[in-house]
Design a protein around this ligand. Structure first.
Ligand SMILES: Nc1nc2c(c(=O)[nH]1)N(C=O)[C@@H](CNc1ccc(C(=O)N[C@@H](CCC(=O)O)C(=O)O)cc1)CN2
Ligand SMILES: Nc1nc2c(ncn2[C@@H]2O[C@H](COP(=O)(O)OP(=O)(O)OP(=O)(O)O)[C@@H](O)[C@H]2O)c(=O)[nH]1
Ligand SMILES: [Mg+2]
Length: 456
């Protein structure tokens, strides 16, 4: 018998639903279930085939708790690799709790967050990056995020990393072999070939590292702050982008006090628009707090839309924002173009070249803005088979691996002794292994899986 315990948790969201699924996994899953589940056909689960479903009742001391469907998965052919019994019961929170407590009394333990997927990893059902993709998949809320998580779950990324690792490992062994013959001055590892391999690995690592910029944006959405003087139409623009009356609009300057945010998906990428309080000198204490929040939101944004509505707008404020946030993409947008004549528009085009003209109120020019927003995202690699890194843990490991590879390359150039080079290669292998989980520590696993939902 295995030394692991049998765990139980609700796999569906807590609360009332049509049906709830309770998942039991571990060496005693079937035995325990057979003590409380009575199939209508009268057969024990232990005598049934894997991947079958059974109608019956959950019964304790002759009292029928619920009529349920039970799914049976026999290890190692299951999600976790262990025996799994899933009880689909009626979705009343009372029934859910009663059934879980019954199983706990029969010897199950409550599963901790991510414990099923942790077991799947430990039992070799998936590697670490695939396990992390499961969490990403559950969290994905856009087409692009979904696409990347699915690809990672299928193992695309892991295979790429494992391939690099295998190639590098091959050389590491050859170089380490040289150490055994250090008196004899032999070279088992062909240095030219090795150099080529190092260049290849650096290239792949750099490409993956670069993809994180995009990956991060896709996973978390792109925060876009809409800022400008009061009354220029920021809230109207937000509403036009969202296609709903989200924020209050009025002709009174200083209408928006607190920030209002909502997100939309453009071409499968999430943009989160943040409408802010108009920036101006004011003695109104509440408005001042609102304006302070505007600047906090600019800090958090990736992209700033600076909105103005007349040729007489405050150039100084625009310059101040440009200077204060040199690393943020800034779009200048002239609203209320319906109120401007052609010569005013021409004049502004000359003065502030990349300005987009639109009318938020009349919803003209909105698609220009949307196109512009999309063009700022380098989504070149999307839709192709290129791997996009979305996980900051992977990003970190890739950076460290690249650093070690650079060290090996430098070592090669200066003819560093094989034993010293071998150390750097082992380090690079270690960091690559961290991604797929071929090297792990309990701390690392604890960290990753504790961020999962209970029941996953
Ligand atoms: N009810 C239910 N729905 C679910 C899951 C689940 O565990 N239970 N999943 C959980 O996240 C996902 C599906 N993932 C799964 C992955 C592998 C196996 C499984 O039984 N694999 C075996 C046998 C495959 C076969 O040959 O049929 C194996 O890998 O050996 C089941 C579900 C989504 N939906
Ligand atoms: N003519 C015209 N009026 C507009 C346009 N967009 C907005 N407005 C009007 O401008 C006024 C101010 O709009 P808001 O969206 O509340 O402006 P705001 O920038 O959010 O203002 P604060 O929240 O006070 O900072 C409202 O009366 C809008 O109807 C437009 O494209 N054309
Ligand atoms: Mg407003």
């Amino acid at each position: 018998m295995s030394n692991t315990n049998t765990i139980i948790a609700l796999a569906t969201p807590s609360g009332m639903g049509a049906i709830a699924i309770i998942r039991v996994s571990g060496p005693e899953a079937i035995e325990i279930s057979d003590t409380v589940f009575k199939s209508v056909r009268g057969k024990k689960l232990k005598d049934q085939k894997s991947h079958t479903i059974h109608l019956g009742h959950i019964i304790e001391n002759e009292k029928v708790m619920d009529k349920v469907l039970v799914s049976l998965f026999k290890g190692p052919n299951s999600y976790t690799g262990e025996d799994i019994v899933e009880v689909s019961c009626h979705g009343s929170p009372y029934i859910q709790q009663q059934i879980i407590q019954l199983f706990l009394r029969k010897g199950c333990d409550m599963a901790s967050a991510g414990e099923y997927t942790l077991r799947a990893f430990l039992n070799g059902k998936m590697d670490l990056s695939q396990a992390e993709a499961v969490a990403d998949l559950i969290a994905s809320d856009s087409e692009a995020a979904h696409e990347i998580a699915m690809q990672q779950m299928r193992g695309g990324f892991s295979n790429q990393i494992e391939k690099l690792r295998a190639e590098l490992l091959n050389f590491a062994s050859l170089i380490e072999l040289e150490l055994d013959f250090s008196q004899e001055d032999v070279e088992f590892a062909d240095r030219t070939q090795f150099n080529e391999l190092l260049n290849h690995i650096s290239e792949v690592l750099k490409r993956l590292i670069d993809s994180f910029n995009l990956g991060n944006v896709i996973k978390n959405g792109i925060p876009v702050a809409i800022v400008g003087e009061p009354n220029v139409g920021k809230s109207t623009l937000l509403n036009a982008l969202l296609n709903e009356d989200r924020a209050i609009v009025s002709d009174i300057p200083g209408t928006t006090r607190d920030t209002v945010e909502d997100q939309i998906s453009l071409n499968g990428i999430n943009f989160r628009f943040i409408d802010t309080a108009g920036i101006r000198e004011t003695s109104d204490a509440v408005e001042q707090i609102g304006i302070k929040r505007t600047f906090d939101k600019i800090e958090q944004a990736k992209l700033i839309i600076f909105l103005f509505d007349t040729p007489k707008f405050d150039r100084l404020e625009l310059e101040r924002i440009k200077k204060s946030y040199p690393n943020k993409e800034l779009l200048t947008i002239c609203n209320k173009m319906d109120l401007l004549d052609a010569s005013q528009i021409d004049q502004l085009k000359k003065e502030i070249p990349k300005t987009i003209f639109l009318s938020a109120k009349h919803k003209t020019g909105i698609s220009n803005l949307e196109e512009k927003l999309l063009s700022l995202i380098d989504s070149g690699s999307l839709g192709s088979n290129d791997t996009v890194v979305t996980n900051s843990r992977h990003y970190d490991a890739l950076l460290k691996a690249l650093e070690e590879i650079q060290k090996v390359k430098e070592g090669m150039e200066v003819g560093l002794a094989s034993d010293l080079m071998a150390i750097d290669i082992r380090q690079a292998l270690f960091h690559l292994g961290e991604i797929t989980g071929s090297v792990t520590t309990d701390d690392l696993l604890g960290n990753i899986f504790s961020n999962f939902c209970i029941g996953k």
